[in-house]
Every structure is written in structure tokens, then in C-alpha cells.
Ligand binder design. Structure first.
Ligand code: GLC
Ligand code: GLC
Length: 631
């Protein structure tokens, strides 16, 4: 038993062990270890300083990191060097993400490989493959219940295929992104089985309680995430005990208060890094640390844990980035984003407020968020998306809404009703997800095209799909397309026939690859063809517009509540002026409003010269990307 001590002494002890019977770490690895050690040691001391074996766990962790670094393939070592020479590579205007389910989009990994030419046609530089690990048969939360992090689900392929695919994608200019589902494992993971059986060393891998005493106390302050599946945060084991289970009953939360859990998961993390994954989507980050009397979400220790994982990565696989999935209050979303924690983050606020603006035809909340909540620390970026595989939750800050005279609770109710199609005159065809009978809370499911009005035949539907993407591509960060949305894929209600999916309405927006729509993508007489052509145009213009690189966004104010407007600064005095109108009627921006710019401007999307002295017209649900010159 050895506790953590001071950093200098502990470093010497760690190095002595690494120098033992194993080959010494390579000089560059040693250099990175020296560089990261003080930080890692500090984090470990805060998390596990009181643990009698704290030092042993840290030493084991560094052994794992050193071994992973030694095993890292040559092409990945070369990638590490390229990335450290260009650490902000992901801020380029050429970055474009796509996300899909391996089986639903392409059958298996071989099918994904065959789709590479399509990914290139689209311009992807980043491909997120949804979870592809083995999980429980039947419902496994779309792969988010992982039974083994080192195996690919056999239906989809093998780990060697994934490794080769990562290399092939990289050669095609596409970074592979996969999930690191580290808040929980499935109940069938070897650790879970051993924990339940009480195998020494595994009893404390999860949070298991003999009776309801502590669970009841915790639940006084925790939130219910999947109330349709089970109420509260715990489920009962067959032997009568209770286990922490934030999401589905077969997803058991890991106990990070146990340093052995951290060390074990760091091993899984580095395994995936060495497969050639370039970005790890850090799933459900908010939930990883629990404490009685708190919501057990976004606690300070959650950040310490992520930073410690980040430090481990910097030692063994420095090219790899983290993307935070924190679907929480906007202040809390931001707390996860820094070069020392997660370099990338979903931008759930912009996503939700884009839909909010489309429903209300009022862009003020979105505008306020862009002005107030878009800025990020250097060396980080947003991932901007129109929708994901998950539900849409209305995660705006009530304080922000109140400033505009909007009350949070009824507004969320309105938005749910609107997108579920319960509001008279709504253009949207969505479904409720996890309606909570006690709180009245719910979230929304649906594909972009269905939520935007195409399914219901609303005449603004196609425009809204394009408008939403035009915003996600313009505000700054990596735009992320849910593949299928670019050909206006509609909801698929067939999931209700599948007993394992019927209870989870998110499947309505996770349909199989729409082969007919893709086949029609060059046919302008089809919805798919029109939407595809317009989105492709946006992608091409974006990639050729340096103003869209980085994250800098400068406010621009018009007098129209239905207009979102901002500038993206470019070289010299050029700016990309983005104007978007969520109303169902045309809006004219007058010349005075535009008088801070030179008269001659260029509409980058339409590729035509315009005279700002004549004002700018924005059609109903229309937008413009104008290259202007500030006076
Ligand atoms: C994340 C995933 C979601 C899943 C949950 C539990 O939020 O995006 O699909 O249900 O984590 O893993
Ligand atoms: C909750 C969680 C979020 C997750 C979602 C899945 O909103 O906060 O992390 O993605 O549930 O539906």
C-alpha cells in the first residue's frame, strides 16, 4: 500500500519502475511524461489523494501509458508529429463532419469502406461512426451499452478491419471519430459480471447498494434521464441490491471514486487511440462523478477526471482529441471545453435555438446566444450540428430567456408541442421522447427534414433544412451532418414494429440509408436532389472561405427580430456577413443598416455581385453569406 506523496518523489518512483525489467520508454515519450506528470499527479492527488493505494494506481496508469506509447504504430506516431506541428488543424474552414450508424448506413465496416468515395464527394474530413462494440442482444441503446471495448460487434466486422478503415479514411483526408462510452458499461461487461459476483478487485467498479437507503437519498437531488425505462437513477438487481444506472437499466454507471476504474478505463481509451481513432466522443461526461446531496451532474471531479484522461492521452497518443457530449446548461457545457480537457464540444445550445427560432419565427434567443455564448478558449472548437442521433432538448438558460421576456417552462412546453405536432398550424412532424409525467418535461425526436416541415408538405420545409445547415456551417467550428439529412431523409416510423426499439422514439430519426434519395441526389426534380444541391453548394463555399475558419464571430445587429446576423472576420477588412431570416415573409435589410461596409459585396452562395446601397432582401426562411469589406 502506497499513498500519493509529493510530485517530485512520485515521479522518481514511477521512473524507477518504468526503467525496471521493461524497455525504457522512448525519449519523446519520456519527455512527454515529464511534461505531463506534474499535472497528472496534481489531478490524481485531488481525486485519489486519500486512497491508501493512490500511488500504486498512478504507477499502474503510467505503465499502461508507456506500453501504449511503445505499441503505437508508425503511421500514428507520424500523425502525432503532424498534429503537434499544427495543433489547430481542426479549426480549418475545410473541416466537415458526418455521422452515421455502421449497420444502418452501410451494413458493416466493409460497406463504410465502400462509401468512402461518397464521403469524399460530400467533402467530409471527419467521420463519426456510432458505437460499434458488442452489447446486449435486443435493446442496447443503439450500442451505448458496451460489453467489450476491444472488440467490434461481429455483425459489423473486426477490430483489424476498423484499424484498416481508420488508416484508409486518414489517407482519404478523413479523421475517424468514435465514442468513448466511459460513464457506464453494459450489465454484460466482464467487469459488471465480476462486480455482481463480488470477485475481489471488482466489487467497487460500480455503485451497488444493499438496500434503498442511499439510493433514496441520492435521488432526492438527481434528475431522471430515461423515466420511460425506470424511474430514478437506480435499478434493482435480481438479488435485491440496487445499482446506479443513469440511462437504461442495462447501462451501469462506473464508480470513478475507485482509482482502479480510472486506470482500467484509461487502458481502454489508449487501446482505441492506437486503433487509429483521431477524435473520441466523450459520452455523457456530465454524469461521471456522483456525490450525495448534489445533482451528481457536472461536479468538479468530472472535470478532474477528464483532465486526467487528457493528460494520459498527451503522453501516449498526443494526436487524439476529445469531444465533449454535455447536454446541460450552457454555462456547464462551456466548463468542459479547454485544451486541457475536451478540445471539441457539441454545441447543443445553438442546435436547440436554431429549432427554437424556426418554430417561433423569432431569432432573438439564437442571436443572443451567438453574441454571448459562442466565444471559446483558444485551441478549442464547437461541433455544430442541426440534429444528432439523440433527442432535441431545450437546454437554453432560463436567465437568458427571461431577459427577452420569455419564461423558460412554458416556452419549453410550447416547443415540445410545436415539434411533436400538437400545436395548431405547426409545420413539424416529430415525436415526444421521455415525457416525464411528474415534471411535464419531454424532448423531441425526428429527422431534420420531418421537423422542418418537408414531411407535412409545408412549403418552407426545404428552405428550413438548408437554412439550419447554413447556420451550422457558418457560426464557427466543425459542422456535423447526420448522414441522410443532406438528402432530406424523413422519419421512419417502422421502429414501432421492433420490440427492442418501440419504446425509444429516437429510432424514428435513425433510419437506414435512404438509397432512393441518394440515387436521386443529382435530380433537381426531387426533394432530395434540390436539398442535396443546395447543401453541397454551402459545403463548397464554406471550404473556399477562410472567414469560416476558426471561431471568431462579431455581432451584427439589424432591427428585425426574425433575422440572425453576424460577421465572420477574414483577412484585411473582409468579413463574411451572415444574414438569415426565420420568418415566413420576406425581410428587407436597409442600406443604412449595411452602411458600415463598402457598397460592393459578393453573395458567396449565389456567386453574384450585389450593391449594399440598395439594401438586401432576405426571402422567407432565406439566408445570405455576403463577403463584404468593412469601411
Ligand atoms: C449519450 C448518447 C445517448 C445515450 C446515452 C447513454 O447521451 O448520445 O444516445 O443514450 O449517452 O450512453
Ligand atoms: C440526457 C442527457 C444527455 C443524453 C440524452 C440522451 O439529455 O443529458 O447526455 O444525450 O439524455 O437522450
Amino acid at each position: 500500500m502506497t499513498r500519493l506523496d509529493d510530485a517530485t518523489g512520485d515521479l522518481a518512483r514511477v521512473l524507477a519502475r518504468l526503467g525496471g525489467d521493461h524497455p525504457q520508454p522512448a525519449p519523446d515519450v519520456l519527455a512527454r511524461l515529464h511534461e505531463q506528470f506534474p499535472r497528472l499527479h496534481g489531478l490524481f492527488s485531488q481525486l485519489y489523494g486519500a486512497h491508501p493505494d493512490g500511488f500504486e494506481h498512478l504507477a499502474a496508469l503510467l505503465r499502461i501509458a508507456a506500453d501504449a506509447a511503445a505499441e503505437r504504430a508508425d503511421d500514428l506516431v507520424a500523425l502525432d508529429e503532424r498534429r503537434s506541428a499544427d495543433p489547430e488543424w481542426f479549426a480549418s474552414e475545410r473541416m466537415l463532419g458526418g455521422v452515421c450508424y455502421v449497420d444502418r448506413f452501410a451494413g458493416d465496416l466493409a460497406g463504410i469502406r465502400e462509401a468512402i468515395p461518397y464521403f469524399q464527394e460530400l467533402g467530409l474530413t471527419y467521420l463519426h461512426l456510432m458505437p460499434l462494440f458488442p452489447g446486449p442482444a435486443g435493446n442496447n441503446d443503439g450500442g451505448y451499452a458496451v460489453s467489450d471495448y476491444r472488440t467490434v460487434e461481429p455483425r459489423l466486422g473486426t477490430m483489424d478491419e476498423l484499424r484498416n478503415l481508420a488508416a484508409e479514411l486518414r489517407a482519404a483526408g478523413i479523421s475517424l471519430v468514435i465514442d468513448f462510452i466511459f460513464n457506464h458499461t453494459s450489465n454484460e461487461h466482464a467487469w459488471a459480471r465480476k462486480a455482481v459476483e463480488g470477485v475481489p478487485g471488482f466489487e467497487d467498479f460500480y455503485l451497488i447498494f444493499p438496500d434503498r437507503t442511499l439510493p433514496d437519498q441520492y435521488e432526492r437531488t438527481t434528475r431522471e434521464i430515461f423515466p420511460d425505462d425506470h424511474r430514478g437513477s437506480f435499478v434493482q438487481l435480481p438479488d435485491g441490491r440496487w445499482i446506479w444506472s443513469t440511462f437504461y437499466h442495462f447501462q451501469w454507471d462506473l464508480n470513478y471514486a475507485n482509482p482502479a476504474v480510472f486506470t482500467a478505463m484509461a487502458g481502454e481509451l489508449l487501446f482505441l487511440a492506437n486503433v487509429g481513432v483521431e477524435v473520441l466522443r466523450m459520452d455523457a461526461v456530465a454524469f461521471i462523478w456522483k456525490q450525495l446531496g448534489t445533482p451528481s451532474e457536472s461536479l468538479p471531479e468530472a472535470h478532474l477526471l477528464l483532465q486526467a484522461f487528457n493528460a494520459v492521452l498527451r503522453i501516449a497518443a498526443p494526436a487524439v482529441l476529445f469531444k465533449s457530449e454535455a447536454i446541460v446548461h450552457p454555462d456547464e457545457v462551456l466548463d468542459y471545453i479547454s485544451p486541457e480537457e475536451c478540445e471539441l464540444s457539441y454545441n447543443p445550445l445553438q442546435m436547440a435555438l436554431t429549432w427554437e427560432a424556426l418554430a417561433t419565427r423569432d431569432a432573438r434567443l439564437l442571436q443572443q446566444a451567438l453574441v454571448r455564448r459562442h466565444a471559446l478558449p483558444a485551441g478549442t472548437a464547437w461541433v455544430n450540428y442541426v440534429r444528432s442521433h439523440d433527442d432535441i432538448g431545450w437546454t437554453f438558460a432560463d436567465e437568458d430567456a427571461a431577459e427577452l421576456g420569455i419564461e423558460g417552462y412554458p416556452h419549453r412546453r410550447f416547443l415540445n408541442d410545436f415539434y411533436i405536432g400538437r400545436f395548431p398550424g405547426s409545420f413539424a412532424a416529430g415525436m415526444p421522447f421521455q415525457e416525464n409525467p411528474d415534471t411535464g418535461d419531454a424532448r423531441v425526436a425526428g429527422t431534420t427534414a420531418s421537423l422542418a416541415g418537408i414531411e407535412r408538405g409545408d412549403e418552407g420545409g426545404e428552405d428550413r433544412v438548408v437554412l439550419a445547415h447554413a447556420l451550422a456551417m457558418a457560426t464557427g467550428g466543425i459542422p456535423l451532418l447526420f448522414l441522410g439529412d443532406e438528402v432530406a431523409q424523413l422519419n421512419d416510423y417502422g421502429f414501432t414494429d421492433d420490440e427492442h426499439r418501440a419504446g425509444d422514439s429516437r429510432w424514428v430519426h435513425r433510419p437506414a440509408r435512404p438509397a432512393a434519395a441518394y440515387a436521386a441526389r443529382f435530380d433537381r426534380d426531387t426533394v432530395a436532389g434540390r436539398v442535396y444541391r443546395r447543401i453541397r453548394r454551402l459545403i463548397a463555399v464554406r471550404a473556399a472561405s477562410p472567414e469560416f475558419g476558426g471561431n471568431a464571430l462579431v455581432d451584427f445587429t439589424t432591427s428585425h427580430p426574425s433575422v440572425v446576423s453576424f460577421q465572420r472576420p477574414g483577412a484585411d477588412e473582409t468579413r463574411m456577413l451572415v444574414l438569415a431570416n426565420v420568418a415566413d415573409h420576406e425581410v428587407a435589410i436597409d442600406a443604412l443598416t449595411l452602411s458600415g461596409f463598402a457598397r460592393e459585396a459578393r453573395d458567396a452562395v449565389a456567386d453574384e455581385q450585389i450593391d449594399l446601397a440598395r439594401g438586401v432582401r432576405l426571402p422567407a426562411h432565406g439566408f445570405r453569406w455576403l463577403r463584404v469589406r468593412a469601411l
